[in-house]
Design a protein around this ligand. Sequence first.
Ligand code: NAP
Length: 343
Amino acid sequence: MTVSSQATTTGIVLVSRPTGWPDHTTFDQVTEVLPELGDGEVRVRNEFVSVDPYMRGRMNLGRSYIPPFELGEIMTGGAVGHVVESRSDALPVGTPVLHNFGWRTVAQGPAAQFRPVERLDGVPLSAYLGILGTTGFTAYLGLTEIAPLRPGDRVFISGAAGAVGSTAGQIARLLGASEVLGSVGTAEKADRIIERYGFDRAIVYRDAPIREQLPKAAPDGIDIYFDNVGGDHLTAALDVFNDLGRAALCGAISEMNGDGPASGPDNTANIVTRSLTLRGFTVGRFMEFFPGFIEKMGPWLRNGDVVFDETVAPGIGEAVDAFLGMMRGANTGKMVVRILEDD
Ligand code: NAP
C-alpha cells in the first residue's frame, strides 16, 4: 500500500432543484474528509472533470433514463485522474483511470468502479471525457446506428461547434456525406466549423429564426438531421427533410432551462407524408457498439482525419461557471474542468 497525504476531497454539491436556469445558489462547494481505504479500494487524484448538458436533467426530479442527483451530495459524472493510493492489485499507484465520481478533486471507492485508460502521446487524458469517450461515441452512434448515413446524403447538424456536433460533422464527411451544414450560436463558431471541422456551410441561429434560415441554407433539402437542440431546430428540420429522411434525436438543449412549456413542432405531418424516421437515443443503451467506435476513432485521430477541441476551465471552483457557460455556448468543443495542483 502507498500512503498519500490526500485525505480530503473538495467537490461541488447540488443544494436545490432549479426551476429554469440554475445559478450559483443551486450549488455549494464542500471539503470532506475521506475515510481510510478499504480492501480492494483505490484513491484517485482527478485531473479533469466533465460538465455535460445531461447534468441539467439530473437536477430535476421525475422520470428519466438516469436517476436524479441527490441533494447535498457531490455531483457525480465523468472524470479522469490517476491512482494515488491503492489497496487493489488491479490498479497500482500511477494508473490513469476514468470514473463517474464527478465534480471533486479526489475520488475513492472499489477498484471496479474505475476503468484504467492509456495515456496516449499528444492526447490529453481529458480526451476520454470527449472525443474518445461519451461525446465522440454519441456522434458516431448517431450517424451509424441511429440515423445511418449513406454516401451522398445531405446532413444538417445542430450544436455544430460543441463536443458532439463538431465530431458529428467530421464523421459525416468521413462517411461520405455530400454536404454538411451546421448551426451555431455565433459568427466565430460559424467560421470555425467550416475552417476547422470541414462543414460546408453554417447558420448562426441567433441572427434570425432557424426556420427562416434553414430552407435558404439547404435548398436541396436534408437527408439526415443530427439533433442536439430540439424545439425550433427540430421544427425547422422537419420543414426541409427530403423523403425517407432520418433524424438522430440526440439532445434537446434548447428545452432544458425553460421554466414554462417548451415549443414543439407544428409540422409533424411531414413525418408521415415524407416517410421520415426520427429516432431518439441515449448512448448507455448501445454500449455494444463502443468497441467498434474506438476501432474507427483511433485511426481517425492518429491520421488527423478527426480533430477535436476543448474549452478548459481552471480549478474545481470554476466547475459551476464552466457548466453554466457550456449551457449558454461559452465552449467550442468539449467543456472540461482541469483540477489544479492546489485545488
Ligand atoms: P456542447 O454541444 O459541447 O455544449 C452545448 C452547446 O449547446 C453550447 O455550446 C451551445 O452552443 C448550444 N446551445 C445552448 N443552448 C442552445 C439553444 N437554445 N439552441 C441551440 N444551441 C444551443 O454539449 P455536448 O456535450 O456536445 O452535447 C450536445 C447535445 O448532445 C446536448 O443536447 C446533449 O444533451 C446531447 N448528448 C446526448 C447524448 C446521448 O446519449 N443522447 C450524449 C451526449 C450528449 P451555441 O453557442 O452554438 O449556442
